[in-house]
Design a protein around this ligand. Structure first.
Ligand SMILES: Nc1ncnc2c1ncn2[C@@H]1O[C@H](COP(=O)(O)OP(=O)(O)OP(=O)(O)O)[C@@H](O)[C@H]1O
Length: 277
């Protein structure tokens, strides 16, 4: 299957500081990808490189099989879902139609109506959730093959976040587009994404299909001390009487003193985020 996003040794340095280091990824098409990591991990930097808005200091990135400048086929909803405060919803759609060769005006109008946006209202007078819906509509009506969204829901309340993520998932399924969504909220990613990339401290710590990643990890609870041999522990919690690890399930656990249970996505992501290197 073609990679929608491929990075090989990709890096970006600002002055002496690397915002992204040695990033190697091969994301197949047809996924809703969750790019998760704490503040400053390098999520925006990776999306900027992938969408051609920044140039790499090392390595290379390809998008839809070519260089990152394929703007007609790639949509980008930037952080804080920027819109023009003085323009109305309808004026945003007219601007979108002028700027984008594959613009689908019927879809844009229908979606604006469906999410309850008043075409005559200025963007500056919309709520955060409504502005996010407008930005998503503009991104989708471009009819991209790949849509990048950089923390589009960070400022929204839980209901608005849910509505946004739901709308995004429906659109991705209907239009068959690939999506890369960055967020520091695992709950959004859990709801929407079937492929996960965890970035921490400018490096990719984990990447793969969510189901496969969950199947490859287990929680081990047992006597205080080191994890059983053959298991690569990612995260650990030690108490007086027991230790609990999130570990890669490389080997079966022969020692009955250890209890093995499945892990949830949040525990898995948090384990990789807090892993010491
Ligand atoms: N234009 C820039 N000039 C200098 N440093 C930058 C620039 N952009 C990003 N950085 C630095 O690079 C690192 C990664 O930043 P980036 O914005 O990619 O992280 P992020 O994961 O998107 O964070 P957040 O969740 O806070 O948006 C940070 O240390 C940041 O300070």
């Amino acid at each position: 299957m073609t990679a929608v996003l491929r990075a090989e040794g990709l890096g970006k340095r600002y002055g002496k500081r690397w915002a992204l280091t040695d990033c190697t990824l091969d994301v197949p098409s047809g996924h809703v990808v969750g790019l998760v990591g704490p503040n400053g991990a390098g999520k925006t930097t990776l999306l900027s490189l992938a969408s051609g808005q920044a140039t790499p200091s090392a390595g290379r990135v390809t998008v839809l099989g070519g260089g990152p400048g394929r703007l007609a086929r790639v949509g980008f909803v930037a952080q804080d879902t920027p819109t023009y405060a003085g323009l109305t919803v309808a004026e945003h759609l007219r601007l979108g139609a002028r700027l984008n060769p594959r613009w689908d005006d019927a879809y844009a109008r229908e979606r604006v109506a469906r999410v309850g946006l008043d075409p005559a209202r200025r963007a500056g007078r919309l709520s955060g959730g409504q502005r996010a819906q407008l930005a998503l509509t503009l991104g989708l009506a471009k009819r991209p093959e790949l849509l990048f969204l950089d923390e589009p829901v960070a400022a929204l309340d839980p209901l608005a976040r849910r509505a946004f993520v739901q709308g995004l998932m429906e659109a991705a399924a209907e239009q068959g587009i690939s999506v890369v969504l960055s967020s520091h909220l695992v709950s959004d990613v859990e709801r929407a994404c079937d492929y996960l990339v965890v970035l921490v401290g400018s490096r990719v710590r984990l990447a793969g299909e969510t189901d496969a990643l969950l199947a490859a990890h287990r929680r081990l609870t047992g006597p205080p001390g080191a994890p059983p041999p053959g298991w690569h522990a990612v995260g650990a919690v030690h108490a007086e009487r027991q230790s609990s690890y999130i570990a890669r399930a490389d080997d079966p656990v022969p020692d009955p003193a250890w209890t093995v249970t499945e892990v949830g996505l949040e525990d898995l992501v948090l384990a990789y985020m807090s892993e010491e290197r």
